[in-house]
Design a protein around this ligand. Structure first.
Ligand SMILES: Cc1ncc(COP(=O)(O)O)c(C=O)c1O
Length: 436
């Protein structure tokens, strides 16, 4: 994994700057928060990626989570190619949609019907419309620190008040839409109880990432999630679990299976598309009967249920269903995380990897057990320096200190052991002269 320079990436980036805002088609890719030039990749295989300059990296971004079996897994690849040879899209039903839905239903007991869409954002956007259409109530409650895609009504952050009314976190989101969203801090039982009681009459749904993994890894107290479930039942508010990251990642059945808590509506994406664009939302027959053409909530998509994407999803999920798959992923990740954490502890570095299953997050400044977004130190300079070190030593992490890393089944124990050693050397350099 030698370093061959970045001249080709720099060249393509320069070209891309004239073609796309910030030179990218999704903002975090631009390396704005870590600085430097984004890498342009041209190949991935297993746990590895190669950039346009020929540099090789061990990849912990894995396309931000979808590639739970690594890049170009032969089984997934074969199913994609075989399906593609019969045509890429029909705009009419195919049996692959049934196959994927049956596979899901067999293992996700809380969902009776699905609707396939083409991204996590689309799944969430549609789930919100369904919640509003089904309950005939306008407002949504979300939590600060959860990300649910670039849906207008969820690009809202906490306002100045203790609870509730948010302010837009993006230009272009009208105030009238922002006013339909309430925002609460995560893991605060008292505020949650108060907000749901006060607003139940106008609240269609509460949406949460049950494993918040877009703003660090903000693991919630189980009691908080149980309370949320109970309050939603009590006050006739729908509970939406956004499992776009956690679904098929922390367990096959996501947080629902891990925590034993069932939402009313669930959204999926990422892993279920096998690296192609797929999202889904699902719920009981009764709730889903509100979706068109059965019901009045309109939602459609030209490429929804695309056969090639369905085939990729089926193949990927079949691999996830191998015996002990999730136990092995967790054990592997735990070994990696514990090795680094033990080293940081012995050295007295204020650093730890927080992890759940095969997801991990780099927490700096000695902050442990963070449950809320406002507990994260906004100073990301330590992450940025470590990111740079890792990049120069053949390890690719998503270019933002708020993002989590993902271990795939393609990451071998040897690779993880090596990566842990590189992390430790990176920490030594980061804290050189600052040992405590
Ligand atoms: C929890 C969650 N929900 C929704 C989304 C949006 O998904 P997509 O980027 O596929 O639109 C994301 C994306 O990272 C996510 O992490």
């Amino acid at each position: 994994m030698g370093q061959l320079g970045r001249s080709q990436s720099a060249r393509y980036y320069k070209e891309a700057l004239g073609l796309f805002p910030g030179g990218v088609n999704s903002p975090v890719r631009a390396f704005k928060s870590v600085g430097g030039t984004p890498l342009f990749f041209n190949r991935g295989k297993g746990s590895r990626v190669w950039d346009e300059d020929g540099n090789e990296f061990l990849d912990f971004c894995t396309s931000w989570g979808p590639l739970i079996h690594g890049h170009a897994h032969p089984y997934v690849e074969e199913k994609i190619i075989k399906t593609l040879k019969n045509g890429s899209s029909f705009g009419a039903p195919t049996r692959l949609e049934n196959e994927l839905a049956i596979l899901l239903k067999t293992h996700l007991y809380h969902v009776e019907k699905f609707r396939f869409v083409s991204s996590g954002t689309e799944a969430v956007m549609s789930a919100l419309r369904l919640a509003r259409g089904y309950t005939n109530k306008p407002k949504i409650l979300k939590f600060e620190g959860c990300y649910h895609g670039h849906v207008d009504s969820l690009l809202v952050k906490a306002g100045s008040g203790l609870v509730t009314l948010g302010t837009s976190s993006s230009a272009g989101v009208p105030n009238s839409i922002v006013q339909e969203t309430l925002v609460l801090p995560l893991n605060d039982a008292a505020l949650l109880e108060q907000a749901i009681q006060t607003h139940a009459h106008e609240l269609a749904a509460v949406i949460i990432e049950p494993v918040p993994a877009n703003n660090g890894l903000l693991l919630q107290d189980l009691s908080f999630l149980h309370l949320l479930r109970g309050l939603c039942w009590k006050h006739n508010v729908l509970l939406i679990f956004d499992e776009v990251i956690s679904g098929f990642r922390v367990a096959f059945g996501g947080a629902v299976e891990l925590y034993g808590i069932e939402p009313d509506i669930v959204t999926y994406g990422k892993i279920m598309g096998g690296g192609l664009p797929v999202g889904a939302y699902g719920a009981s027959h009764n709730i889903m009967s509100a979706v068109s053409p059965d019901g009045p909530v309109y939602q459609a998509g030209t490429l929804s249920g695309n056969p090639v994407a369905m085939a990729a999803g089926i193949a990927q999920l079949e691999l996830c269903l191998a015996p002990d798959f999730y136990q092995e992923m967790e054990a592997k990740t735990r070994g990696f995380v514990e090795r680094i954490n033990a080293y940081a502890k012995v050295k007295g570095y204020p650093f730890e990897l927080v992890s759940l299953a095969s997801v991990f997050w780099l927490s700096f400044h000695g902050k442990k057990s963070i449950h809320r977004a406002d507990e994260i130190d906004p100073d990301m300079s330590a992450f940025n320096r470590l990111h740079d070190y890792l990049l120069n030593h053949g390890i690719y992490l998503g270019p933002s200190g708020y993002e989590v890393g993902f271990v795939s089944s393609a990451h071998s124990v040897d690779e993880l052991t090596h990566a842990a050693q590189v992390f430790c050397r990176g920490l030594d350099q980061l804290y050189a002269g600052a040992e405590q």
